[in-house]
Design a protein around this ligand. Structure first.
Ligand SMILES: Nc1ncnc2c1ncn2[C@@H]1O[C@H](COP(=O)(O)OP(=O)(O)OP(=O)(O)O)[C@@H](O)[C@H]1O
Length: 611
């Protein structure tokens, strides 16, 4: 016998389970049954497809309780695990981002939503157990099985199990019941019956206790929606998603004719913690005529819809279908196209008829959905239709249609500004004239916003226009009040002095209170993208922007006068640099040489004080 240590993250998660942060402890049984059902699916596939030797004649899950010994046992005759698999699958947690999540969980004691995003599976047994014993033997292997045992406290033992049959048996030695802590008597048959009926009725294999079969085994996606209760759908969703919360929306789909398939999809109510991790689990489950073929089938939905969970059961695919075949299969492409349309129309429906659900959806998944604006040109319009954006018009996000409805007379473009935060965007100098003249501007602060705006030239014939790029031709209300004096010499001087930093210097109407701002040409790389390149370790092409001056500002006017008095005044270049640096800071940019800027500024301030 060998004693091994749990990996650090696994140990922390177990601690959270033992000192149970989750009030619904019943679900440990659901998790065990779910694993058993997965193991049976895997065995069937291994035998049918891969020629592994195995007996498919009586695939089943058995539950046994022993009130005297206070144990509950869940046994399956599925695929089983090798010794190495036990160590790897049960002793460690491989998902990336786990460490961060556990830290969050520990901080937010008792937050069931958080743990639900993770799905702790087998470890949830430690909410109710003193000791858990797992005995398993892998189908198609020679030799003995493996016995694993742990009290969840840091270590587990692992040993040979010479007589173990193929499959897995999990025995939970129950803690004393404590109904005040929602720890019920799980060695009582009625309680087991109740839990199985409630959480696992749809499991496709019989769940037996003695001679009794506890579940109906009906494949939910094959039943008409009117005959299935929401609760049944919700439990099924939890089985396939490992989410502990109910889904936000259920989507049914059925195609008949030459190519038949059924789909049952779910939009979750909260985003998983690893939605933006590259290797997060994604994709749908694929079945062929009720036989489970694979998890995480990514070919069935595009990446930007990776938050959608569910099942597709196709009648005409071969059981031998592989991921490679799926990628090229024309029928799969057709299914995929139809699923995308259906998901988008479901979101549109939420938007029109259930605004609260829609708001939840957009908060949780809007960022992911917007990736589709880049990658799915066919559905670009449909995605834009269901998208919403923060706006200067008010605290609530707005759709493009509503924005267009509020556009001012003569306005022909949808204005937006990108940035790191709402506050930064709202305080940006670029915003000044738009605010002063009452033009609404969309506030785009997600990293993906920087990118898709370039891929979407217009919406319903209206241009999407950044107010920090190109020139703005807002009608100037006080156009008659052109500033006195000639700025041409000053502009020439600044252009010369700042030639390393900017490619042009010109006057603008876009400012009302700031002296200057920086704008890009319409086809320049936006500064935020430049930053992103740097963050990824790449050196982007250096883009010089345009310095725009507010001719009505006292600083600019004073500078003009000073330059006119004495063009070779040695203080002028410093002022030019300060002006440029201030404009950069105002938009949230980074100074190239902050120390130099600070020194120039301090010297200048000292002089104003010294007189
Ligand atoms: N009864 C079982 N038979 C065979 N393998 C099992 C069984 N129970 C657990 N496992 C293996 O251990 C792994 C970890 O189980 P656990 O319940 O902790 O995670 P899980 O969330 O169910 O994993 P997944 O998300 O892949 O289903 C499973 O993915 C499976 O490979």
């Amino acid at each position: 016998m060998e004693t091994l240590e749990f990996q650090a993250e696994a140990r922390q998660l177990l601690q959270l389970m033992i000192h149970s942060i989750y009030s619904n402890k019943d679900i440990f049984l659901r998790e065990l049954i779910s694993n058993a059902s997965d193991a049976l699916d895997k065995l069937r596939l291994a035998v049918l497809r891969d020629g592994v030797e195995g007996d498919l004649s009586d695939l089943r899950i058995e539950i046994e309780v022993d009130p005297a010994a206070r144990t509950l046992t869940v046994r399956d005759n599925g695929i089983g695990m090798t010794r190495d698999e036990v160590v790897e699958l049960i002793g460690t947690i491989a998902r990336s981002g786990t460490a961060e999540l556990i830290k969050k969980l520990a901080d937010a004691k008792g937050d069931a939503e958080l743990i639900g995003q993770f799905g702790v599976g087998f470890y949830s047994t430690f909410m109710v157990a003193d000791t858990v014993t797992l005995v398993t033997r892998k189908a198609g292997t020679e030799g003995h099985g493996t016995r694993w045992e742990s009290a969840g406290e840091g270590t587990y033992t692992i040993d040979d199990a010479p007589d173990a049959p193929v499959g897995t048996t999990v025995t939970v030695r129950l803690r004393p019941k404590d109904e005040e802590d929602a720890l019920f008597d799980y060695a009582a048959e009625p309680k087991v019956r109740e839990i199985v009926k409630r959480y696992s009725d749809f499991i496709a294999f019989p769940i037996r206790m003695g001679d009794e079969t506890l579940n109906s085994m009906k494949a939910l996606w094959a039943r008409p929606r009117s005959e299935v209760s929401d609760d049944e759908y919700h439990q099924f969703y939890k089985h396939i998603s490992h989410d502990w919360a109910d889904p936000l929306e259920i989507v049914n789909l059925k195609a008949e004719g030459t190519f038949e398939y059924e789909a049952l999809l779910f939009i979750p109510s909260t985003a998983p913690f690893d939605l933006f991790h590259r290797d997060s689990a994604r994709g749908l489950q694929l079945y062929v005529k009720r036989v489970f073929i694979m998890d995480d089938s990514r070919e069935l939905l595009p990446e930007y819809l990776r938050f959608v969970k569910g099942v597709v059961d196709a009648a005409d695919l071969s059981l031998n279908v592989s991921r490679e075949i799926l990628q090229q299969d024309r029928q799969i492409q057709l299914i995929r196209r139809r699923l995308v349309k259906k998901v988008l129309s479901t979101i549109k429906d939420l938007q029109q008829n259930q605004p609260e659900k829609y708001a939840t959806f957009w908060r949780e998944f809007g960022r992911a959905l917007k990736e589709g604006l880049l990658n799915d040109t066919d559905n670009q319009k449909a995605i834009l239709d269901v998208a919403s954006f923060a706006s200067t018009a008010g605290p609530e996000p707005t759709t493009l249609a509503d924005y267009v409805g509020r556009m001012k007379e003569g306005q022909d473009a949808v204005y937006y500004l990108t940035g790191d935060s709402r506050a930064q965007v709202e305080n940006s100098p670029h915003m000044e004239a738009f605010r002063a003249q009452g033009y609404e501007v969309l506030i785009l602060t997600d990293p993906v916003d920087e990118i898709w705006v370039d891929a979407v030239p217009d919406h319903d014939g209206r241009k999407l226009q950044s107010i920090a790029r190109g020139s703005v031709d807002l009608p100037t209300p006080d156009a008659e009040q052109e500033p006195e004096g000639d700025f041409a010499p000053l502009l020439g001087f600044l252009k010369e002095t700042l030639q390393e930093q900017v490619k042009e210097v010109r006057l603008t109407h876009r400012l009302t209170t700031s002296p200057a701002c920086l704008v890009g040409d319409a086809d320049d790389l936006p500064p935020a993208l430049e930053k992103m390149y740097r963050a990824m370790g790449q050196e982007p092409p250096r883009v010089k922007r345009i310095l725009e001056l507010n001719p009505h500002h006292p600083l600019v006017e004073g500078l003009r006068a000073a330059h006119e008095r004495q063009a070779d005044d040695p203080g002028l270049p410093d002022t030019a640099e300060l002006l440029y640096g201030t404009a950069l800071l105002a938009e949230g940019g980074d100074l190239e040489d902050p120390a130099r800027f600070a020194k120039l500024l301090a010297d200048r301030l000292a002089r104003t004080l010294g007189g």
